[in-house]
Design a protein around this ligand. Structure first.
Ligand SMILES: C[S@@+](CC[C@H](N)C(=O)[O-])C[C@H]1O[C@@H](n2cnc3c(N)ncnc32)[C@H](O)[C@@H]1O
Length: 338
């Protein structure tokens, strides 16, 4: 969508009830389920290129930010599908990051997140499909579920989140050449040498003499994000966009919260994850929405990469702390065009 058109859409939103506006985006305080289905937000229908969000996780016990539990969660989550689908452009995408859930008081995983995915994708009024699943492995997550991992020591640390990419068509806008991984050292050597052993591999793949000799600037990203090395002998090669995003600007938010005595949002999305999907699935000037924006990792990443953004969160405390991100103006050099 042309930049001017996207900017015009934002002017049609009820700006006088916005919590704040920064760097091509608007943050609203409120319940997104109600706001997004209301007349006030009708201007967004069919205009959002990417809904990128980490919804409240399905928990079997309430957390500070008010998650629903059990069947109620499933019903609520499923009801979001037609609302989100209605907001998307025809080639737009929805990306949901969600953690595992565990049965209350039992060392057993809940199926709730999987049922939620099925309910969401199969909702008849939404016309969605699962485009691809990703796994985000995060070694710095605290050991959980704590009772079973650290006290009884009968389970291992639950250390990854699911990332589900959904769309209304089989061919949503996407370009993996925008999110390349750096080449491995062996690939760099191979490109330098200009030759390798062609022929049939044990896997039956037939490798031609030239197939690996073109330098594409990096290799194609995988659907597992390994934030630290699983194997210490091997370098971690996250897409370039992760290393860009996980630089000082990421620490900035955390450092500033600490300095100002603010407890940072407990379930922040990795900044690199947000930037990865924004770069992969949208163009500069497109519109990115996060209906459960919390500390506004999504809005900040969108702004830093030259996209427009809309965020919504029901907790004023998180809306206010998210402003800290926009104090780090160095981040906006790349996306300064908005
Ligand atoms: C997992 S957190 C999102 C964190 C965010 N991705 C970040 O990086 O900081 C989920 C957020 O959803 C918000 N939330 C829960 N129910 C909501 C609702 N009905 N409408 C809007 N926000 C809601 C919570 O306040 C919480 O901040």
């Amino acid at each position: 969508m042309a930049k001017k058109q996207t900017a015009d859409i934002l002017t049609l939103l009820p700006k006088n009830s916005a919590a704040y506006e920064r760097n091509g985006g608007i943050y609203f305080l409120g319940d997104s389920t109600h706001l997004l289905a209301s007349k006030d937000f009708a201007a967004l229908r069919g205009r959002v290129n990417l809904i990128l969000t980490s919804p409240p996780y399905p928990l079997n016990r309430k957390k500070s930010y008010g998650n629903l539990i059990g069947e109620k969660y499933l019903e609520w989550f499923t009801s979001l599908a037609p609302i989100f689908s209605d907001l998307l452009t025809e080639d737009g995408s929805i990306v949901l990051e969600i953690g595992n859930a565990w049965e209350s008081g039992r060392p057993v995983q809940s199926l709730l997140h999987l049922e939620s995915l099925l309910g969401f994708v199969r909702h008849k009024g939404a016309g969605l499909r699962l485009i691809q699943q990703f796994v985000c492995y995060n070694p710095s997550r605290l050991p959980s579920p704590a009772q079973w991992v650290t006290v009884n020591r009968i389970r291992t640390v639950d250390s990854f989140t699911h990332v589900w990419w959904l769309a209304k068509t089989d061919f949503p806008k996407a370009d993996n050449s925008k999110v390349l991984r750096p080449y491995s050292n062996s690939m760099k050597r191979l490109l330098k040498r200009g030759s390798y052993n062609a022929g049939k591999r044990p896997s039956e793949h037939v490798i031609s003499e030239k197939s690996f000799l073109n330098d594409h600037g990096g290799s194609i990203a995988h659907n597992l994000f390994e934030m630290d090395a699983l194997d210490p002998e091997r370098e971690v090669r996250l897409p370039n966009i992760f290393s860009m995003a996980n630089n000082a600007s990421n620490d900035y938010f955390h450092r500033e919260c600490k300095k100002r005595g603010i407890t940072p949002h407990p379930a922040r999305m990795p900044l690199g994850l947000a930037s990865f999907f924004i770069e992969f699935l949208t163009d500069k000037g497109d519109l990115v929405l996060d209906p459960f924006a919390g500390s506004n990792t999504t809005g900040y990443s969108a702004a830093a990469t030259g996209r427009y953004w809309v965020g919504i969160d029901v907790q004023d405390f998180y809306v206010q702390q998210s402003l800290i991100r926009f104090d780090h103006q160095d981040s906006f050099e790349r996306g300064a065009s908005i």
